[in-house]
Design a protein around this ligand. Structure first.
Ligand code: GAF
Length: 387
């Protein structure tokens, strides 16, 4: 990889440490094709890793210090010792450092004999867009220590689980496993059908002439943290009502038959999860069979369910989806992707339609702020590893 991003991380390393690194690793962001909010219900998701990455350049130190420079934040430096309790910094312009600190703490707590290190970080995953820039940073830090110290026994799944722990316990975001797992285990040219209970992941090949389009609405994902936690609580309440460990264990027949006096809103939250799990399994089959028409129907149903039952879309996102669906027709599909309340829409469409989609968005869409949407054409990519 000889990219501007690689150049940037190497320059940052040399500015920070006046040396060349002994290794450079990458971890990708992700886009979820279908299966939204199902991960923390032990259900199914179908994301792919994208060709936007976080890179970490690293070299070991002889002492117990970790020093990190962030290329994307004016080469700001964070420094902490492996021998003192690792604590979060109060956000400000050092918010990025908490993902690094959190991941290092989880690696240590996992019992790995970490040495001090010098690290430079640079990324091109759009931030605040819901494309998992933070998960890719956590996974890249795990991968950097694995590569630097030869922790061959540390599997990609373990890195993902530690990254999720860092996010949950250190950064304080109660996310599921999807983002970290796809960043660690993504497969080039494929989406992964992930069973979020067993963590089995089956690659699903994407048809060669199909483009993965991500459209950033430029709507800031304002409510995402508080509303995300509310949705989790509602799903947990529904699982308690049905007497199961997670909504993964309820099918559509049981959802209706045992509804009883379940609160109407909580019932709709549960209906989204139960139907979304089935749609995700069906989507993996449709994609594997190159059935883009069926995939498009499932994406449309997923979007409607997120809008009407789970209530995590916003009008600008609904509008973007409608514009894309108008261009794509039955040749593919479009839906909101990620946690919700702004962020991005994903579309699968024949490559030959990409220009028409761009033109329609440019002509018909503006965010409430007046900004135009940003369009990214992505390629399903491999998970984290050395460069
Ligand atoms: C966010 C979370 F981090 C994921 O775990 C997942 O729940 C997603 O929202 C919704 O599908 O990206």
């Amino acid at each position: 990889m000889k990219s501007p991003l690689l150049k940037r991380v190497l320059t940052s390393f040399s500015v920070g440490f006046d040396a060349a690194p002994s290794c450079v690793v990458h971890a990708p962001g992700r886009v979820n094709l279908i299966g939204e909010h199902t991960d923390y219900n032990d259900g199914f998701v179908l994301p792919c890793a994208i060709d936007y990455h976080t890179l970490v350049a690293a070299q070991p130190r002889d002492d117990r210090l970790v020093r990190v420079v962030a290329a994307d934040y004016g080469n700001k430096l964070d420094e902490f010792s492996l021998d003192a309790p690792i604590k979060p910094l109060t956000a400000g312009d050092m918010g990025w450092a908490n993902y690094v600190r959190g991941m290092v703490k989880m690696l240590l707590d996992h019992g790995l004999p970490l040495r001090g290190a010098e690290l430079a970080v640079a990324g091109n995953v759009p931030q605040g867009a819901g494309l998992s820039s933070s998960a890719s940073l956590e996974v890249a830090i795990g991968q950097a220590f694995k590569t630097l110290q030869g922790f061959d026994e540390l599997s990609a799944t373990e890195i993902a689980l530690l990254a999720q722990k860092a996010e949950n316990r250190f950064v304080g975001i109660n996310c599921g496993i999807m983002d970290q797992l796809i960043s660690a285990r993504g497969a080039a040219g494929h989406a992964l059908l992930i069973d979020c209970r067993s963590l089995d992941a089956a690659p699903v090949h994407l048809p060669d002439d199909v483009a993965v389009l991500i459209v950033h609405s430029r709507v800031k994902r304002g409510l995402v943290d508080s509303e995300y936690n509310t949705r989790r609580q509602q799903c947990e309440a529904a699982a308690r009502h049905y007497g199961v460990p997670a909504l993964r264990d309820v099918d559509e027949a049981r959802l209706l038959a045992e509804r009883g006096s379940l609160d109407e809103r909580v019932f709709r939250r549960a209906r989204h999860i139960v139907t979304e799990n089935q749609r995700t399994l069906d989507a993996a089959e449709a994609l594997a069979a190159n059935d883009l028409r069926r995939m498009g129907e499932l994406m449309a149903a997923s979007h409607a369910s997120m809008r009407d039952d789970f209530e995590i879309t916003v009008p600008a996102i609904d509008q973007l989806v409608e514009i894309l669906q108008g261009v794509i027709g039955t040749a593919g599909g479009a839906r909101m992707t990620g946690g919700g309340f702004g962020g991005c829409v994903v579309a699968l469409l024949p490559e030959a339609m990409v220009d028409a989609a761009r033109t329609a968005i440019e002509a018909q869409y503006r965010a409430p702020s007046g900004e135009a949407a940003t369009v990214y054409v992505c390629h399903p990519s491999a998970g984290a590893g050395p460069i």
